[in-house]
Design a protein around this ligand. Structure first.
Ligand code: 5RP
Length: 230
């Protein structure tokens, strides 16, 4: 069981999220990721905006949009600013070569577009996300019409697909793009680039959660320190 303080805060996530916010400089266009670690980055950027920092941001989900608005950060879009200076986002698992799996919050399609649009892509996480190699299930955003077909293709490559449900008695999780999420257990992912290419070929998958474009990872430790992997 992970240790948390009574307020529900994660000091490790907070340390990483705040440290990465320091990379954001005056005048930058910033991609804001989704999740509990990025929420600390957004709050810290909001604090700096209140002190006078002039930035604009592109969000990756309705969740990060709400947080950014609450924090007083001026929003823009990829249509207006297709090139971002930096994107900061969380991850579900990170390997020694900085490949990551994302999509725990069902936002990985927009997160990938934003990260690919950024000059620098920084991941923020706590130590529990680090693993020598990737073996976490891979979230797949799937067109609802294609869910059976995609599941069959995942079986055919030796994987195990599971439609993500909102809760045990509720219906499917619906992404911000109106699609379903299939969590595909693929075992040990020895070559993330190859696996990424393989699942990208499956018709009906809008985007998968393997990211091979990370520049740096900020890892928050229990003692409040932050390790930077690059
Ligand atoms: C959302 C994501 C999140 O960044 C990822 O799930 C990590 O979340 P958290 O910071 O809450 O642990 O990929 O789609």
């Amino acid at each position: 069981m992970k240790e948390r303080n009574p307020s529900g805060e994660s000091p490790e996530k907070k340390a990483a999220g705040i440290a990465a916010a320091d990379l954001v400089e005056e005048g930058m266009v910033v991609g804001l990721g989704t999740g509990s670690t990025t929420a600390y980055t957004i709050a810290e950027l909001g604090r700096r905006v209140e002190e006078g920092l002039d930035i604009i941001a592109v969000v990756t989900s309705y969740q990060s949009e709400m947080l950014a608005i609450q924090a007083g950060i001026t929003l823009t879009s990829l249509a207006e600013h297709p090139e971002l200076d930096i994107a900061i986002d969380g991850a579900d698992q990170i390997d020694a070569a900085l490949n990551v799996i994302k999509g725990g919050g069902a936002a990985h399609t927009r997160e990938k577009i934003v990260s690919m649009s950024a000059e620098r892509f920084v991941v923020v996480a706590d130590e529990s996300k680090i693993s020598e190699q990737l073996d976490h299930y891979v979230p797949l955003e799937v067109l609802p019409y294609a869910k059976e077909y995609v599941s069959k293709q995942i079986f055919n490559i030796g994987g195990s697909p599971e439609l993500r449900l909102a809760s045990r008695k509720d219906g499917p999780v619906i992404s911000d793009n109106g699609n379903f999420i299939i969590d595909a257990t693929l075992g040990l992912i020895e070559n993330p680039v190859e696996t990424s290419a393989l699942i990208s070929q499956i018709t009906g998958i809008v985007e998968h959660g393997i990211f091979t474009n990370v520049d740096e990872v900020y890892i928050g430790k229990k003692n409040g320190s932050v390790e930077i992997m690059s």
